[in-house]
Design a protein around this ligand. Sequence first.
Ligand code: 9MR
Length: 421
Amino acid sequence: MHSKTLLASLLAPAAVSAVLNDLAVRAGLKYFGTALGESAVSSDATYASIVSDNTEFGQLVPENGMKWESTERTQGVFTFASGDISANQAKKNGQGLRCHTLVWHSQLPSWVSSATWTVDALTAVMEAHITNVMGHYKGQCYSWDVVNEAVGDDGNWRSSVFLTTFNGTDYIPLAFNLAKAADPDTKLYFNDYNLEYNGAKTDRAVELVKLVQAAGAPIDGVGFQGHLIVGSTPGRSSIATALQRFTALGVEVAFTELDIRHGSLPAPASAYVTQGDDYANVVGGCLDTPNCIGVTVWGFTDKYSWIPGTFSGQGDALLYDADFNRKAAWTSVSSVLAAKATPAPASTTSSAPGCGSTFATVTVTVTATVSASQDPTTSTSSAPAATQSHYGQCGGIGYTGPSNCGSYTCKVQNDWYSQCL
Ligand code: 9MR
């Protein structure tokens, strides 16, 4: 069923110009995804149509709908209407789902954050929350952010009702154990920001993974949120180095909330080019890291972003502008993905996101004749003149495959990628 859905969407006219997830999958990632704004998707038709396109975004994460204040604002009363918006969208559109988040000091209702608890009482509260929320979404989440932002900006453990009550970090392995019991088949993540700089905060996050592992608790992944600033974003190899400190511990990594903001607005035109370079470095660092499994942007349009409300005068951090035009940053991301993407072979099985807890493998059959020059194991000398298939690559820097699209037209998507449309 999902194969048919995906195939239909690949063949639908609306899909032809949207490529980020397609390119990401062909470059070896599981997905390119976005946070979904729960109110924008129901009030803005343009937003809804882009966020529903699984060739552009193969994975969704609710921006707010699954947080504690959304799901259990009153103790013992669970509401899933807001979280279900993303889950239902993902299901309907054949997209994967990251689920966010369970144990976090922020967006925590005051009945949790302001009370004084014993360890036993707070353990029971955590267990009820994790069991109910994960139980509701069981089988739907590729991953859950079990613990969010447990490290402070200075590299010390972040102060919270959890750290205070447990008089230390025991709440962290506890949360992972509770999560495993609630849904054994989802990936369990620690998620935090500013890990990209490889400083004291990154050191502490490495320690966190080790302490969970040493406690015998399960941890599958670390999310690099990636809330970064134009011109101050680390370079590609530095990003890869930071990511690889975690993959060396046996966990996967992903960018989970990527946005790169201008420090002041209006920004000069040159800053939008720099922003594109910064995005390319982040995505490139992930591509350079085996076991960096995907990239999720924290929204896709500057029309809706948390940044101006938090950092006054800053913003324009996303891939589409406020009028839904693709920015230089979109082209940079698509280019860096396309540079690593393998050309579509004659008949291929490609990994694409599915509706369940994993990214399903679907078979996409295309009718391309693959030229010998596309296959590094084959001599090019006797290659027949080839025709690329509908939606296949037909040009771009470094591309050596067929440029003839037969009855279709080869259209330039960016410097690195032209496509038969
Ligand atoms: O984008 C979210 C915004 O709408 C909320 O008001 C805010 C509340 O803290 O949370 C934002 O999302 C955060 C995410 O859940 C965790 N990492 C930082 C994100 C940006 O603040």
